[in-house]
Design a protein. Sequence first.
Length: 389
Amino acid sequence: MKEYDVIFIGSGHACWHGAVILKSFGKSVALVERELLGGTCTNYGCDAKILLDSPFELKEALDRYKNMGLASPAELDWKSLMQYKKQVIAGMQPAMQGLFDRFGFDLIRGEASFVDEHTISVAGQEYKAKYFVIGTGQNYIPLDIPGKEYFHNSRDFLSLDEVPDHVTFVGAGIISMEFASIALSLGRKVDIITSGSSALKAYPQEYVAKIVEKMKTQGANFIFNAAVEKLTKNDDGTYVLYGSEKSGKKIEISTDYILIAVGRKANVDGLNLDKLGIDYSDRGIVVDSHLRTAVQNIYASGDVIDTKIPKLTPTAEFDSNYIAFDIVNPANPEIAYPVVPNLVFTLPRIAQVGVSVAEARANPDKYRVEESEFARPCSGSTKMRRAPT
């Protein structure tokens, strides 16, 4: 049975950054991976999204000048763009393998399950370590309804060779709003159905309202306060979504593609955490101020943690680096996160950092809200707020 100083369960940003640091301290390190090297961001998430999204951002900027001397607006070729994205992402695997080889990480292929606090089993083999770091991220939350097998998720959308003529999104969070912006920019018909009363609830609603209104002018159909109850598939490959609004009004939508994005949950299935007494829920694994679980030699990193800190790639890197130094330094201080900015890739963008405007207004003794007016070509005046302490 092979033994290591540290075994990371996962190979994404929540893991390999810390592994690099530990190797520099002479520690023996292994990473367990059941899918593609580099995890979600590298292969199925932010990298793929940015590659596809950037031309849409450029088109958005150019379109603002089409009545100011730009004779022809930009046109997008999704098929060519997808070929480019697939080419770039495919190159990530040899790049990540080369990175791991260069740093001397052992790679264990398969799905990990804890045997005890110092042992995991992967593909029928057992491996021991002084410390473990769980960096398995999140999975999308499914809806358990008839026809649920017809749902697509963000991974599927980011690999579409062609965007269907009519796309229906279930959920009005970040993923749905970002991908709907792309589909609308391509001239597709879009429905967005959500159980909530608004879109992007975590962001200033007066700005969200502007984005929603813009999307409506592009043809988006928003249905709020609604429940999806059933999906069926027609012989021609199209789908029908059935549901009802809170008012009792029935919903029936014929569509070419249905994407579910109603939230994400911690990816802990199969880890056997219950056996070790490690607390977790769909929100994530419970950790202390050093990112340790209830079993002190087992850490959690990145999106799999139950935390209010934005679950972003930079946060996962920060966690991973912190854990590495915590392992090598018994006197390491408690983790202290910097202010984490976050951005929604709608068209236009919406971003925030620090406390929300709502929180600042609710605490005038602590914060002062200031407004600055600025203008963009052909888009009128926009308000920008900051809430300094």
